[in-house]
Design a protein around this ligand. Structure first.
Ligand code: 5GP
Length: 226
């Protein structure tokens, strides 16, 4: 049997505010129970209905800065006037368990991860149009008009960085976008470089032994029986 690497896959999902990243991620997690979503830390105030330790770890700006100082963050960024970041330890723990870990984060943080861990999977989610993006941001009703405008401007800048990602998905329908992301994850798990090196080495050795073994000359090699 071919063995794939025990370590899970790190998936980075970005896209402008209002592209539907969290909704798509929720559907993906529902369909694939081996995916764990990291809980970010933020200095932003909780929105109505958001819970500490569920949606985010809500901290003060000082507490956030202290976590940066202690090197507790895998990445972090300032977005729309607040700090956001991924706590390092929990991500590592889940990857080591062999679970795939998904980070739903903005682009500055994604690029920091790309520098540190280029083997991670980088997926960018796009809204069907900028008009639709503006409609989604306005309809959400969670932000003031100037904040919506700021997020909309940021969206334009973020879309320019799309070429730094491995895949792009247009989110015109949540279920379709989620299916595409699941397919990308499945394909990524089949990559040759995810087959355990130890196993490849011993497989190569055994094939070699078999080939030079005179008794077995002219016999078919069944790789599954080696
Ligand atoms: P929101 O305030 O709408 O919850 O999030 C604002 C932006 O910050 C979104 O694009 C969201 O994906 C991003 N974000 C959430 N958590 C993190 C994080 O841990 N790191 C970074 N870099 N961005 C994050």
């Amino acid at each position: 049997m071919i063995r794939t690497k025990k370590q899970g896959l790190l998936i980075v999902l970005s896209g402008p505010s209002g592209s539907g990243k969290n909704t798509v991620c929720d559907v993906v997690k529902e369909k694939n129970s081996n995916i764990w979503e990291s809980i970010s830390m933020t200095s932003r105030k909780p929105r109505k209905g958001e819970k500490d330790g569920v949606n985010y770890y809500f901290v003060t700006e000082e507490e956030f800065k202290e976590n940066i100082k202690q090197d507790n963050m895998l990445e972090y960024a300032q977005f729309a006037g607040n700090y956001y970041g991924t706590p390092r330890k929990s991500v590592q723990k889940h990857l080591d368990k062999g679970e795939d870990v998904i980070l739903v984060i903005e682009i500055q943080g994604a690029l920091q991860i790309k520098k540190k861990l280029p083997q991670a999977l980088f997926v960018f989610l796009l809204p069907p149009s900028m008009r639709e993006l503006k409609r989604r941001l306005t309809d959400r009703g969670t932000e003031s008009e100037d904040k919506i405008l700021k997020r909309f401007e940021t969206a334009y800048r973020e879309i320019n960085e799309i070429s730094k990602y491995n895949y792009v998905i247009i989110n015109d329908e949540v279920s379709k976008a989620a299916s595409k992301l699941l397919a990308i994850i499945k394909a990524e798990r089949c990559r040759v470089d995810r087959i355990e090196e130890v196993f490849l080495d011993s497989l190569e050795e055994k094939i070699h032994e078999t080939l030079v073994d005179k008794d077995l000359e002219n016999k078919n090699i069944d790789v599954n029986k080696i």
